[in-house]
Design a binder for this molecule. Structure first.
Ligand code: SAM
Length: 248
């Protein structure tokens, strides 16, 4: 059988496409892409011309079976998304699961990932972190999600788009308090890259005051609740466990 190569592409700066990614994209028999027009541009920039297959949210289940059949028949394929690492807030997990279930080798060609790029320059504790991806679009669902994360002791990583960054920072400040330390990474690896740090209250105000700070793509990193919260949650759990024993 062939190999399914899961290939990371740049998150803005084309110089971040690795030599191995190039080599892989050159040699596979087809490339599964989230948006074929977008990937066509990337390929032509590097002088590559491989057949592209659309693989997105709406056709992934249906496509997976056919792609697995091609892999089984000996073709090697690459999976890419529009930017960064496939499967990270991007399609691909169903295909990867189907390929693995069929005994196909799935091999990573690692590279850019916005969450990790932001974490690497944030200067917040990074030994343990949780990736939360995009917050729900609806305000009520977003607040509900945040209310569950208030006591989280690990560093939190969120993705956000230009049209919701202001609202999200506001909800983050309300949920976690204005004093909680955070970092906003914007347009990483691109011309207008900025990394702002401060309290959530400060960041909310800076982004609200400057329309330029609301343009582009964002990663928001929020420090965890710290060991005090960790300890008090653990204490709560311990007491609850003890109590439920008595209530049996
Ligand atoms: N698979 C991608 C990855 O590995 O990072 C993420 C895809 S997700 C659909 C797109 C989101 O990633 C954006 O809305 C933004 O939150 C984040 N993102 C992507 N590129 C970025 C960049 N250059 N700077 C900051 N955030 C970025």
């Amino acid at each position: 059988p062939g190999i399914l190569h899961v290939v990371a592409t740049p998150i803005g700066n084309l110089g971040d496409l690795s030599a191995r990614a190039l080599e892989t994209l050159k040699t596979v028999s087809a490339i599964c892409a989230e948006d074929t027009r977008h990937t066509r541009q990337l390929l032509s920039h590097f002088g590559l011309d491989r057949p592209l297959l659309a693989l997105h949210q709406h056709n992934e289940d249906a496509q997976a079976a056919q792609l697995v059949a091609r892999l089984r028949a000996g073709e090697s394929l690459a999976l890419v998304s529009d930017a960064g690492t496939p499967l990270v807030s991007d399609p691909g997990f169903r295909l990867v699961r189907a390929a693995r279930a069929a005994g196909i080798r799935v091999s990573p060609v690692p590279g850019a990932c916005a969450a990790i790029a932001a974490l690497s320059v944030a200067g917040v504790p990074s030994d343990r972190f949780v990736f939360e991806g995009f917050l729900p679009a609806k305000a009520s669902a977003r607040r509900e999600r945040l209310s569950r994360l208030v006591g989280e002791p690990r560093t939190l990583i969120f993705y956000e788009s230009a049209h919701r960054i202001e609202e999200s920072l506001e909800d983050l400040a309300t949920a976690f308090g204005n004093e909680r330390v955070a970092v906003v990474g914007r347009e990483l690896t691109k011309l207008f890259e900025t990394v702002l740090d401060g309290s959530l209250g400060e960041l909310k105000a800076r982004v609200a005051a400057d329309p330029n700070q609301r343009k582009g793509e964002f990663v928001v990193i929020v420090e965890g609740a710290g060991d005090d919260a960790d300890a008090s949650i653990a204490e709560g759990r311990r007491l609850y466990a003890k109590l439920s024993e008595h209530l049996k």
